[in-house]
Each structure stands twice: as C-alpha cells, then as structure tokens.
Design a protein around this ligand. Structure first.
Ligand code: UD1
Ligand code: CA
Length: 451
C-alpha cells in the first residue's frame, strides 16, 4: 500500500507572538518543521506534502527539496489545509498520514505504529492520543461507554464535562486516501469559522465506523507548541533526548542538566563534556576530548584529544591535541593546527597558527599566518586594522615574539627571528634577525642556538 504524508504548517502561530512563523522557531537549534519532515521521511513512498501559507517562502527555504508544497493562502482551519494537498496526492496514495508542523517531539517510530494500527483497524481514520495532566489547548477525545472513540472536541467548543476529559488529541492521523478526499467536503464550518480536521472523526463514527486511537506511552511526544511556554518545555525534553543519545553512544556528560547540545552536533567516543557547556550549529568534536566547563562552541570543528576550558569558539577549526583556556575566544576563521596551546585570555580571528605554536597569555591575533613552533609572548597584539583595511601579518617557523610586542600589519617576520619585549614592529623582519625598540630596529643577525 502506498503511503503519503501531509504536514500542516500554514498557520501564523498567533499565540507565539512572534514575527517568525511558528514552525520556524528552533528547538535544539533546528527549525521545528524539520523534525516533522524527518519523522515521516523514512516512512513514506512519495515526498511529504507540506502545506504552507503564513511565511510560505521562509518555511520552504527551511525544508528545501525535502518536501513538495501546497499553498493554503487563507488559514481556514486544519481540515481546509489538508484539502489544499488533494491535487498533489489524489490517486497517488492508499494511505495518508497527516501531522502538524508544531510537534517536533513526535517520533517516526510512533507514526509507523499508527500506520500499522490503521491497517489492522477497519476504520477510515486512525488517530493518536495521550493521557495527561496538562491540556495545552488540546482537543479532548470523547469515547462511548463501549470504549470506542466518538469525537474530538476542540477546547474552545467543549462543554465543562468535556473539558474535564484527560485524554487529548495528539494531532497525528492515518487516513484511507479515498475516504479522506471525499469526507473533507463534508466538514461543517465551526463556530470560529474554521474547518476542523478533527471533525472527520465524528463524521466517520456517524457513518458507522468503529475507530481506533494509538495511545502514546510517552506523552512528551505530544507536546505541541502553541506558546513560548510550550517551546521551553519541548526544548527541555529534546535536550534530554539528545544528551541521552550521546551518552549511549559513548560520550560522558558530567551534568546533563547544564549541557546544551543542538540537534546537528556530532561528538566522538570517550569525549568528556563538562558542566555549563553549549554546543551549537554544525559543531563536530572528535574522540577523547575534554570540553568545558563553561564553554560555548558554535559551528566549530574540533579534532581528537583536545582540551577546551571556559572558552568561546565560533566558526573555528581546532586540530588534534590542542589545549586552550581558560577564557579564550576563537572567532570566525581561526584555525589552530596540531598541538597549539592557548593559555588564558587569547583571542584569534581569521588566522592560522601552525603546529606546536604557543600563545600563553593575553594576546590578540587577527588576520595572521603563523608558522610552526612559534612562541607568542604575553600581551602580543597584531595591529591588523589601520582604520580602513584589515592587513596581514605573516610569521615564519620557530619565531620568538617577545612579551608585549605590537605587530603593525602588513608585516612579515622571517623564520627563527626574535622581537624584544615591548617592541613595536612596523617593518618586515628578515630570517634569523633580532629586532627591538619602538619602532623596532634590527640589532644583529642571530647565530644558531642564539635565542
Ligand atoms: C490542533 C487540533 C487539536 C489537537 C492539537 C494538538 C484541530 C482543529 N485541532 O489544535 O485537536 O489537540 O492540534 O497539537 O486540528 N494549520 C494550517 N492551516 C490552518 C490552521 C492550522 O496549516 O488553517 C496548521 C498550523 O500551522 C499548525 C497545525 O496546523 O502547524 C495545527 O494548528 P494549530 O492552530 O496549532 O491547532 P491547535 O489549536 O493546536
Ligand atoms: Ca498546535
């Protein structure tokens, strides 16, 4: 049987009170609509159809070619939204999964179970529900004395007795395609002027069908996001899931409660993540690393056996055996090669530091290319900006930069040269040369082992 899927994402999400369409709000760093798309991706036989409307272009951009798109120009309700997908799917699928774009915690495995249950049940629609303590504005599942579902009643339209029901509609359904397409036309308009998809349950029951509901074991999966309070709840559950999956994959997380790992981050085995650490974006960490405490990595690549303590790294690359911190800041384009050591209060931006280079204390390196085994003395600054341009500083291998050196770019310092403490270097320095002073002048050529 061919399975298709429709994901509803046309609503504005007024209750979020946001300029951003609701389904683009990130959960663990990823727009929530992508979770909905990924949950069905491996189940369906044809591309999922995303119903877009509010902020359609932005929503499409977030999902890209992971879906086909149907436009719902006016948001007349979830039933009307499904109707918008009809031209794309009519005659193409026996079964149709319908989910909402604001339920990032719903698992693909759960939807798979829903489809199985639907195949066993004789009804044209099979729903999902959960028993919980918090209503979150969810529709209530009304059952007959026989136990069969008879209707879903929206919170706004429910009687006080119905409001007391603790079984809630999750918002994931499996339909028989032919029945869905004909029944959609029979949905009555609600008191709010909308066409509720949930009314199809009542219609099927009236037509004499006995319906089944898949009751979720894990009610957290059903956290639908209508407000930013729900967003924070979902974030917490997602964070726990992500942390647990990394622990089960061989990563030690000392304090999961203060460890924030976004959805796309990757971490190698036997790495240790210490408290109060945030790993964001496309960050990748190798094996046997020690990250944190108090460390933030954004879109940063880290090799193996790296130690990062109380530092912030953004769009940086750090090779194997690098040690850093506390209190370093790597900015965009900072590349530290193997075994580089940064002590405390170092900032590096748009620069390459060669293997074994050391920068122990209070330095700024910007727009520089630095060779191997260079010693960058305490307080060294690349004066890279002349008010108009960012200029390049090139330092050769085995150079010794004395404490408090100002390197006024553009500037080249040859291999094995030395700058005296407090020098202000304004002119290129050849190889094997000692310079000192303000501005720095050549003193003499250096012999081997002269440093
Ligand atoms: C819906 C269900 C409710 C369920 C809850 C679970 C209906 C009528 N109600 O209520 O029973 O308990 O979800 O989370 O279905 N959308 C459109 N076009 C529209 C309206 C909505 O695409 O015209 C999309 C929204 O973008 C959203 C989804 O459908 O992703 C659900 O809409 P929402 O307004 O959040 O419905 P709820 O009030 O949460
Ligand atoms: Ca909702």
């Amino acid at each position: 049987m061919t399975l298709a899927s429709i994901i509803l994402a046309a609503g504005e999400g007024t209750r979020m009170r946001s300029k951003l369409p609701k389904v683009l709000h990130p959960v663990a760093g990823k727009p929530m609509i992508r979770y909905a798309q990924e949950a069905v991706a491996n189940l369906v036989d044809v591309p999922p159809v995303l119903v877009v409307g509010h902020g359609a272009e932005a929503v499409k951009a977030a999902v890209g070619d992971g879906a086909d798109y149907a436009l719902q120009a006016q948001q007349l309700g979830t039933g009307h939204a499904v109707l918008m997908a009809k031209p794309l799917l009519l005659g193409k699928a026996d079964l149709i999964l319908v989910t909402y774009g604001d339920m990032p915690l719903l698992r693909g495995e759960t939807l798979e179970k829903l489809v199985q249950l639907h195949k066993q049940s004789g009804g044209p629609v099979t729903m999902t529900s959960f028993i919980g303590d918090e209503a979150r504005g969810f529709g209530r599942v009304v059952r007959a004395e026989s136990g069969h579902v008879t209707a879903i009643v929206e919170q706004a339209d429910a009687t006080p007795e119905q409001l007391a029901i603790r079984e809630y509609n999750v918002g994931a359904y499996c339909f028989s395609g032919d029945w869905l397409w004909s029944a959609l036309g029979e949905i009555p308009v609600s008191p709010k002027g909308e066409y509720y998809l949930t009314d199809l349950v009542g219609l099927a029951v009236t037509a004499g069908f006995a319906l089944e509901s898949l009751v979720l074991d894990d009610p957290d999966e059903a956290i639908g996001l209508n407000t930013r309070v729900h967003l924070a709840e979902a974030e917490k559950v997602m964070r726990k899931r992500i942390n647990e999956s990394w622990m089960l994959a061989g990563v030690t997380i000392l304090d999961p409660a203060t460890t924030y790992i976004e959805a796309d981050v990757r971490i190698g085995v036997d790495s240790l993540i210490l408290p109060n650490t945030t790993l964001r974006g496309q960050t990748v960490i190798g094996e046997d690393c020690e990250i944190g405490p108090d460390t933030i990595l954004i879109d940063t690549q880290v090799g193996d056996h790296v130690q990062l303590l109380a530092s912030v790294l953004e769009q940086a690359q750090v090779a194997d055996h690098v040690t850093m911190g506390p209190y370093c800041h790597l900015r965009k384009g900072a590349i530290l090669d193997e075994g580089v050591h940064l002590g405390n209060f170092g900032e590096v931006k748009d620069s390459y530091l060669g293997p074994g280079t050391k920068m122990g204390h209070f330095s700024y390196i910007g727009n520089a290319k630095i060779g191997r085994d260079v010693n960058i003395g305490a307080g060294t600054i690349t004066c890279n900006y002349d008010g108009e341009r960012k200029n390049l500083t090139e330092i050769g291998d085995e150079v010794f930069i004395g404490s408090d050196t100002m390197l006024v770019a553009p500037l080249k310092i040859g291999d094995r040269s030395v700058t005296g403490a407090g020098s202000v270097v304004t002119h290129d320095v050849p190889e094997d040369t000692l310079v000192i002073g303000v501005p720095a002048k050549e003193v003499r050529k250096l012999e081997k082992n002269d440093q």
